[in-house]
Design a protein around this ligand. Structure first.
Ligand SMILES: N[C@@H](CCC(=O)N[C@@H](CS)C(=O)NCC(=O)O)C(=O)O
Length: 229
């Protein structure tokens, strides 16, 4: 059955793999499932045809026959449940891997997003520079805890799982901030995820969209779009 996902026509992250279609691409690559990508402009994302697939007018979506899904975590979970390689067979190990999926999206990602949203929404305000260290410290609390738990293990549980896939994509949002780099074992963990062949294929796929669009269109993205990843 043909699978179709949606992604930005020209990603605001300029092909760095931060947009959330990257998670879905990576999961599908790990599962060995071919997929089509339908590219959307910011305008098209808010039009009725796409809103019928995604109530919030965002990417990614996932279409498999009559099934339409949105929310990157739900899509990755769906792929992981139906194909080998992303969730362990042992029931308890599987439950723990699912727990890490929720932890990535519900516990680790929110403070990282708070910092990004503050830059987008309050970046010009007088208090922004004062607020930034507070937001960074909230991220450090979670990273310290995660770093302690990971220790020198390769993955969060015994083997790579969809929990690691989501956690790595969440932590990647911090690259270049200097915060992730304060935790060498987390930096190495992210690098381990990025070294997986399936990750590399997914990254190359989304980067190709951006480089093709850039050579065809030389228009700069407006600031708001640049930062809404
Ligand atoms: N919780 C959603 C978030 C989806 C999301 O924020 N998508 C971004 C791209 S990564 C988007 O579509 N931004 C444009 C917008 O919200 O208008 C998920 O994980 O899928």
């Amino acid at each position: 059955m043909t699978l179709t996902i949606t992604a930005f026509e020209r990603s605001p992250d300029r092909g760095k793999g931060l947009a959330r279609d990257m998670r879905v691409r990576w999961a599908l690559e790990e599962a060995g499932q071919p997929y089509n990508v339908r590219l959307l402009s910011f305008k098209a994302m808010k039009e009725p045809a796409h809103l019928a697939l995604h109530p919030f007018g965002q990417i990614p979506t996932y279409e498999e026959g009559n099934l339409v899904l949105f929310e990157s975590g739900a899509i990755v979970f769906h792929v992981a449940e139906r194909h080998a390689g992303l969730l362990p067979d042992d029931a308890n190990a599987r439950a723990r891997a699912i727990t890490w999926m929720f932890a990535a999206l519900n516990t680790v990602e929110p403070p990282i997003l708070d910092r990004e949203i503050a830059r987008l929404v309050e970046g010009d305000e007088t208090w922004y520079e004062e607020r930034l260290p507070i937001l960074a410290d909230r991220i450090r609390v979670r990273l310290s805890e995660l770093s302690s738990r990971l220790g020198d293990a390769g993955w969060l549980d015994t083997a790579f799982s969809a929990g690691d896939l989501l956690m790595v994509t969440v932590l990647r949002r911090l690259k270049g901030s200097g915060i992730l780099e304060e935790y060498p074992n987390l930096s190495a963990y992210v690098a381990r995820g990025e070294a997986r062949p399936a990750y590399k294929r997914a990254f190359a796929g989304q980067l190709a969209v951006f480089t093709t669009a850039s050579t065809n269109v030389s228009v700069e993205l407006p600031l708001r779009e640049l930062e809404t990843v």
